[in-house]
Ligand binder design. Structure first.
Ligand code: NI
Length: 227
């Protein structure tokens, strides 16, 4: 399941974050890549753990924790501190799969990457190319979203970023471990949650069928989730 989450950040938040990025020095993106992906990766990154990356990362994580669509879709257990990359002058990131386990440098924090996210910090008309191409069982998806919007996709997917041939593409990317490891179970919960919300809005949340379905949702979470 590939899901767009609109307006994770407001335009003001995007502008504020861009200002911080513009006065920070960027480094070669290969520093966070695994062995295979280092061969495919050609971009710049904000230094991991730098004050700039931390400040903007916190803004993103705060926004996400208050975003019902994100919480329902990801059922997040642990989120890796957001990283930031910039592509320009023909830079790209060839096809790869993200590392299964992510370690935070200088700490014992580690996650299994179940879901990958890309949050856009510039608008599609600011650059040519730079599409995120994700392959899943339904085929190939091309993603290029307005600033402040985010795409969520299974970390098991092969994906790439096509060459940026004009302007610059600035994004945040990060991984999360879900409370529900299995993508099929997670998708069912997301669909059930959306249906219960819709039914609740139509019939009222005290309607007996809505109460029953809400109970079924929570009992499935109890069955499938790790905390
Ligand atoms: Ni990747």
């Amino acid at each position: 399941m590939l899901l767009t989450i609109p307006d994770v950040l407001t335009r003001d938040q995007v502008a504020y974050c861009r200002e911080i990025m513009d006065r920070t020095e960027w480094v070669d993106g290969k520093v966070t890549a695994g062995h295979q992906s280092a061969l495919a990766k050609n971009n710049m990154q904000l230094p991991e753990g730098s004050p700039a990356a931390r400040e903007i990362g916190d803004i993103i994580l705060n926004a996400l924790s208050a975003n019902p669509l994100f919480v329902a879709a990801a059922l997040p257990l642990k989120v890796f501190p957001p990283l930031f990359n910039r592509y320009s002058g023909g830079q790209s990131f060839g096809i790869h799969v993200d590392n299964a386990i992510r370690l935070m440098r200088g700490s014992d924090f580690r996650i299994r990457s179940d879901l990958s996210a890309t949050l856009f910090f510039c608008d599609p008309e600011d650059y040519d190319g730079g599409e995120l191409v994700v392959e899943d069982t339904y085929g190939e998806h091309r993603v290029k979203l307005p600033a402040g919007h985010m795409v969520l996709y299974p970390s098991t997917s092969l994906h790439e970023v096509t060459a940026v041939t004009r302007g610059a593409r600035v994004c945040s990317f990060f991984w999360m471990q879900s409370m529900v490891r299995d993508v099929g179970q997670r998708t069912l919960l997301f669909q059930l949650d959306a249906t219960v919300q819709q039914l609740g809005a139509e019939k009222g949340h005290k309607d007996p069928a809505v109460v029953q379905l809400t109970g079924i949702y929570h009992n499935l979470v109890r069955r499938w989730a790790d905390t």
